[in-house]
Ligand binder design. Structure first.
Ligand code: FPP
Length: 224
């Protein structure tokens, strides 16, 4: 059976779920946060060490201001109300992406990362204002600036995912089959699961099914 260290998720479908069931995209984001909590629990149960969640992309700034503000308000409240609990559960929070939000949110993010930095049970990488193309460009720039040899190992060390193993599984919910500028380098050999359900409807049973399926796949990494 395949070892499983790292699951990455593109949590797509909040807006459609919200419009369909509550007549509001933001209600979909609120429900999406409940799914996040369920999936964190299930990740710990499955003894998986890394969970990367795509919460806000560099392209998501194109959304209406009202929706963006609501998303950040949800995140702020989540951190204020839950960071102690995450810390007690031995969970480490790391942000990948550029922290250029409001002063209040930036401070909360830095505080949460510092507080949980030595935790060992599970590392949650929250991709916020993250875009893989920009990440790759800045890795190239810094490797050239440092005059280091350009090879896979050095290059990986200049990414924001430094010291994080590449994802074994990528899940994208919401019945859309694309990568949306997410971890383009890191997903080179990842097993990808496109899931029809919208993120707020996705649950631990669906998650466990994917994990079970993954464990049985023959992974060759280019060999036979
Ligand atoms: C994509 O659905 C989802 C997002 C851009 C935001 C993800 C946010 C959450 C799951 C909740 C908040 C999470 C945290 C950690 C605070 P979409 O809006 O693009 O859906 P659509 O394709 O139906 O429009």
């Amino acid at each position: 059976m395949n070892p499983l260290k790292h699951v990455a998720i593109i949590m797509d479908g909040n807006g459609r779920w919200g419009l369909k069931f509550k007549n509001s995209r933001n209600a979909g984001h609120k429900a999406g946060l409940k799914t996040v909590e369920k999936i964190i629990k299930a990740t710990i149960k499955n003894n998986i060490k890394f969970l990367t969640l795509y919460a806000f992309s560099t392209e998501n700034w194109k959304r209406p201001k009202k929706e963006i503000n609501y998303l950040f308000h949800l995140l702020e409240n989540f951190l204020i109300n839950r960071i102690e609990e995450l810390h007690k559960k031995n969970i480490k929070l790391k942000i990948i992406g550029n922290k250029n939000f409001s002063k209040k949110l930036n401070k909360l993010l830095i505080y949460s990362e510092r507080k949980t930095k030595n935790n060992k049970k599970l590392q949650i990488n929250l991709a916020l204002n993250y875009g893989s193309k920009l990440e790759l460009i800045s890795a190239f720039k810094s490797i050239i600036k440092n005059k280091e040899a350009i090879n896979i190992k050095n290059f990986s060390n200049h990414l924001q995912t430094k010291n994080i193993p590449d994802p074994d599984i990528l899940i994208r919910t919401g019945d859309t089959n694309r990568l949306s500028n997410f971890l383009l380098w890191q997903l080179a050999y990842t097993e990808i699961f496109f899931e029809k359900k919208l993120w707020p409807s996705f649950n631990d049973k669906d998650y466990n099914k994917i994990i079970k399926k993954y464990k049985r796949i023959k992974r060759n990494f280019g060999g036979i």
